[in-house]
Ligand binder design. Structure first.
Ligand SMILES: C[S@@+](CC[C@H](N)C(=O)[O-])C[C@H]1O[C@@H](n2cnc3c(N)ncnc32)[C@H](O)[C@@H]1O
Length: 505
């Protein structure tokens, strides 16, 4: 493992970055939205041009630490009066060569907001495609990407004791988890990743994150946690000669076996009631539904687990291969890309893979000997904002619903959630709608087709009368049997409560 970063030096560097206004806003203002977006796509030229002629500290640090451009030592010393160029070298963030500071890493300001408010972290990671101007090496330590932010936003809010982050990389999930947890254990196979995690914690003044090197559950044998989070290296990669095995995305196993290992093994590391949240890929083999594979993995856990699995995307093998070949920096259409494509398609053909699902997995160690939640679903519409609070509310509702029979549910008073709207679609000239939809503004942004009875019930849920009374009134209005209408509507009311269209008043 590299020498542990010096805390005092990290504090000096943080002070220098703050003094230079090295922030997401500061950088965006320097080069504009378009250049900011271009960097995320691996293009640094527009930002470089926008900084042209500027020698102030922010511009120097932006060139050096975001765009990966070498800068003269004297200029860097002026921009970092406390840490100096030598500080960057001591922290393994740069080397020097012929009077220049040569970056070995990038530092990106990362905005994040959750129930506790807004925060901005400086996150150091290996030089990315924008900084390298080419493909990544296989031992690359990833910075914060779209998937990282998705999982950070999925993390359940609320105070917990110990959290485990498997495959911590630059430590973004650990930083997020520490906002709610007393302590975090962050693991990775990569010593350099753990160096970045330590450094990022120190740079941001965050304590309570312990790093441990090792594969999957090895570093935490015999230990349990209240939460486990993991954005594991889930990318399905052919195990063939000449196919790069990127440490940051590929766990070295065949097909989706790494995700299977995490799902089947995590229960033993959860305290009763503890929750694991991870991202993953799963294969559809021989036409078998990929979500059924995940269901089998959950069933194979020695510890009974509640499961809520949301498939967000399904790609055919060709689209999947193209995506990850491009992600590795190989230009589409090149001879190398054709060779890799053949390897991917051969690999998928061997297991008769017809599709690959991507999604979110939430597993909860059941408090008793039986699970009560087994929800496997597809939700493909775009989702805005952090989902953690929505997931937490749904889980709490599930707990409540398992203790409520239909008689008690009928006696409950409910309210329609404030983000729900109704859309009615009529055939031209028709008096009655042919389609009624309930739409959710927050959460998963679900749209639900409903019949007039359910639409009427939801519309009447204003926190006044019990739901059973409302159903009876609707039955009278529609001239149908009240008991039959209850039997029809109450299961759907349960679903609307879980999905947060309705709430207990
Ligand atoms: C997709 S990155 C996630 C990084 C970070 N947690 C995030 O959310 O952005 C996966 C990480 O898992 C690590 N990794 C790869 N194989 C592993 C294994 N067998 N056990 C633990 N970590 C592993 C990689 O080094 C990499 O840092």
């Amino acid at each position: 493992m590299p020498t542990p970063p010096d805390p005092a030096l990290c504090r000096s560097l943080a002070d220098d970055l703050r003094a230079a206004a090295f922030s997401a806003d500061g950088l965006r203002d320097s080069w504009g939205e378009a250049a900011d977006g271009a960097i995320a796509r691996g293009l640094r030229l527009p930002a470089e041009r926008a900084l042209s002629g500027r020698e102030d500290a922010l511009a120097v640090l932006a060139r050096l630490l975001v765009l990966g451009l070498r800068q003269p030592v004297a200029v860097v010393d002026a921009a970092l009066p406390r840490a100096g160029a030598s500080g960057l070298v001591a922290l393994d963030l740069a080397t020097t060569d012929a009077g220049d500071v040569v970056p070995r890493a990038v530092i990106r300001p990362q905005e994040f907001s959750d129930a506790a408010g807004e925060v901005e972290w400086w996150v150091a990671s290996d030089l990315d495609e924008a900084a390298l101007g080419g493909p990544l090496p296989e031992d690359h330590v990833l910075g914060v990407g779209g998937a990282s932010l998705t999982l950070a936003g999925l993390q359940l809010p609320g105070h917990v004791g110990r959290v485990l982050d498997i495959g911590t990389g630059c430590g973004i999930q650990a930083l997020r988890a520490r906002r709610d947890a007393d302590t975090v254990v962050a693991t990775d196979v990569s010593a350099r990743a753990l160096h970045f995690t330590r450094l990022n914690a120190l740079l941001n003044g965050v304590d309570g994150i312990e790093v441990r090197q090792g594969s999957l559950f090895e570093p935490v044998a015999g230990e349990v946690f209240e939460r486990v989070v993991s954005n594991p290296p889930f990318v399905i990669t052919p195990r063939a000669a000449g196919v790069p095995a990127y440490e940051y995305r590929d766990g070295g196993l065949v097909g989706d076996a790494l995700v299977e290992k995490v799902v089947t093994g995590v229960g033993a590391h959860l305290a009763p009631g503890g929750v694991a949240q991870l991202l993953g890929n799963w294969e559809y083999r021989d036409g078998e539904d990929g979500l059924d594979r995940v269901r089998q993995w959950v069933a194979a856990s020695d510890i009974p687990l509640d499961a809520w699995v949301v498939e967000r995307e399904l790609l055919d093998p060709l689209a999947y291969a193209e995506l990850w070949i491009r992600d590795g920096g190989t230009p589409p259409g090149s001879a190398e890309s054709q060779r890799l494509l053949a390897a991917w398609l051969d690999d998928f053909a061997e297991r008769r893979v017809t599709g690959v699902g991507f999604g979110y997995v939430l597993l909860r160690r059941a408090r008793g000997s039986k699970h009560t939640l087994a929800r496997y679903e597809r939700v493909s519409q775009p989702v805005g904002g952090a989902l953690g609070p929505h997931l937490a509310a749904a889980l709490a509702t599930h707990e409540r619903l398992t203790a409520v029979d239909d008689t008690a549910l009928a006696a409950s008073v409910l309210e329609v959630a404030p983000d729900v709207t109704e859309a009615r679609h009529h055939m031209p000239g028709a008096e009655d709608p042919s389609v009624i939809e309930l739409r959710q503004g927050g959460g998963f942004g679900r749209t639900l087709g409903v019949d007039p009875a359910l639409a009427g019930l939801v519309g009447a849920c204003d926190g006044d009368l019990p739901v059973g009374v409302l159903i009876d009134a609707i039955a009278q209005l529609l001239e149908v049997d009240a008991a039959e209408l209850r039997a029809d509507l109450l299961p759907r009311v349960r679903e609307l409560l879980f999905t947060q269209f309705l709430q207990f008043a």
